[in-house]
Design a binder for this molecule. Sequence first.
Ligand SMILES: Nc1ncnc2c1ncn2[C@@H]1O[C@H](COP(=O)(O)OP(=O)(O)OP(=O)(O)O)[C@@H](O)[C@H]1O
Length: 749
Amino acid sequence: MYPSLLRRSKYLSEQPRTRIFIRLMGGGPRTFPGGLNQWQWKRLHEKKAKEKEQRLLDQEKQFFQARMRSQIRSSLAGQSHPNLNPDPKKYNPVSPKEYLKALADRFMKDGAEDLWSENDGSLKPPSDEQTAFVGTNQQPGSINSLLDLRKLISEGRKVSQNRNNGFNYVKSRDYSTHRDLDFVSRGDFAKPLARRQTKFRINESSSSGDCEDHGFVNDNVENFVGNSWDERGGVSNLRNVSDFMKNRGSETVKQSRFRRNESDDDDDDDLEGGGDRRGRSAKDIGSRAALGEYDMKKTRRVPLKELEKNDFANEVELIRYELGRKKFAGNGGNMEEEDSILSEKRFDECGLSPLTVKALIAAGYVQMTRVQEATLSVCLEGKDAIVKAKTGTGKSAAFLLPAIEAVLKATSSNDKPQVPPIYVLILCPTRELASQIAAEANAMLKYHDGIGVLTLVGGTRFKDDQRRLESDPYQIIVATPGRLLDHIENKGGLSVHLMGLKVLILDEADHLLDLGFRKDVEKILDCLPRQRQSLLFSATIPKEVRRISQLVLKREHAFINTVGVGCVETPAKIKQSFLVSPQKLHFQVVHHLLKEHIQQAPDYKVIVFCTTGMVTSLMYQLLREMKMNVREMHSRKPQLYRTRISNEFRESKCLILVTSDVSARGMNYPDVTLVIQVGIPYDREHYIHRLGRTGREGKDGKGILLLAPWEEYFLNDIIRDCNCGLMLTRKKDLNSEKKYARGICGILN
Ligand SMILES: Nc1ncnc2c1ncn2[C@@H]1O[C@H](COP(=O)(O)OP(=O)(O)OP(=O)(O)O)[C@@H](O)[C@H]1O
């Protein structure tokens, strides 16, 4: 094919609608209905979508105008309009233009400015008062400042909706607990706002014993209180309000701020914390009141896009989850118990086969975990789903159980295919994880005869795989993408077996859809039947992955998120801290941390993550020289060695595993007491997954992130984007502690 054609087809295949079409047509059509070419077809759809949005906006406007007319009529008649606020002094109505702007905010997304027409008034700069509220460094009159203002209005509106709209209640639930302050204080953005809160949090932490076990890190926590945020340049980092707004966490601050404004006027000043607020309060600008109570619409417009539909499903799941939590709290559960991963529902209540339930009980599973409860009903119905739940909460069983049920259903049907089909394909990123999942599946199949599970992973003899595939029928395959693709491309007949596939599962889906694996996964997908159920699971699902997930999932899929929108993504019981010290001292620091931990926890089990295989190997050798009980695991080691070490570490106590990221995701080593991450993790997701090797099943755990001074910026990344934990960025010059010259440490949650 010509290069330009190649480029074109690549671009087209990235366009969801066209891609689906291409897939349906098997290879991509040259012409589209009506004799249109690809580009005309694409433009036609874009135009239609725009027109639809414009129509909806027009409808909203008409609705508003009708409301205004009825309001004017009733005021002329001397009656009070039901939608008018009874206390006009308290809630001054805004002008229709301002209202329209706020209204347009509903369509506030990329390119929404196009929806504005001259009739809506020109895009004027915000008034002085508004600018004063929004921030300080904006150029008056710049479009950016206006957009920020709009965004702010819409944020305020959302918060006011939270109070009125049942669905949005869930989103705001965390603000109403003592976690408010954790949430608000998280991140640099919070510094100018919440010095008092931070002190409060520290005191709270110490009094609840949160910080007690942090060793030398915690010794300095009290001293941190006295330091100023400005030490780290945190306040000055926020160069302007755009930065502030872009910051996801800042939305949290805004929301919390509004919420507090609405609920408790007396506390406004404390939360606003100084110079940013003049004149108008948040209530005047952002809340429902700011819209003069004209905006009484209780139900939201029907979402247009698929993603919005999924958000709705997400909201429903959140409500279910929240109701469960409330019910539990109502039954006398306290906060501590609420952190348990288990729900109240038992496995025998959800329509699983009795033999599976028997095997689960034999494995010690009686009650479901929350993620299992949330997903099982959806998955058992055969729907596609993308599921996000914290590390160590039982996601593996959540996808294995519906997979096993699908196999049972398929085998019990009367169709007897000539080639024994593979009914379930589970893809995962690492070999050890594949073996672990296969072992768990086998445990659940303990009482089912004739259902086989096969792992296809790299590092083993290809021929052995082939021999096994030929000799025995396997209904469930657990594979890493590379090896599976080898089999598919090798024309060993695997593709034929895969034609009967019923369920495809991507564990650690975000990683598998990441650039490193995506090409292989796409090739595999091309060989699978389209009529199948697809399930995607991970503890982290960034937005981009949600979008890419459309590659795998059907249009009508469920998005189940048991983490909660905007909630901390790491298990609550893991105490996280960080340490910044010169890189040349890292080895000594790790050695010291390990010695200290071994003294504190006699049954220690520690994982030390290093950035590369070579560093892992070096760290292992040094620690071994220091007579520590240590093992190493990284991709440079042969598979047999890796499997042996993995099994040994799973069974043992009093052992240290030095490893690269091959152990970062999914590995379930029980009772790991400490995770040390040496050097900057690849990204925030890696940080979360590595940390998640401890504190599993709702147990306690500790995580320490050790950074070089030039890697310190990563702290801002995890604060800003991931809500990994509360970030008390207090830090302490450890010169006095000679061991870590110029070291800096702090508590992450
Ligand atoms: N219903 C249950 N009852 C008791 N224990 C369970 C239950 N479900 C899972 N577990 C246990 O919880 C632990 C964590 O499970 P699992 O490895 O599936 O977590 P995960 O959510 O997949 O974690 P990760 O995100 O790290 O992959 C395992 O030890 C598993 O045996």
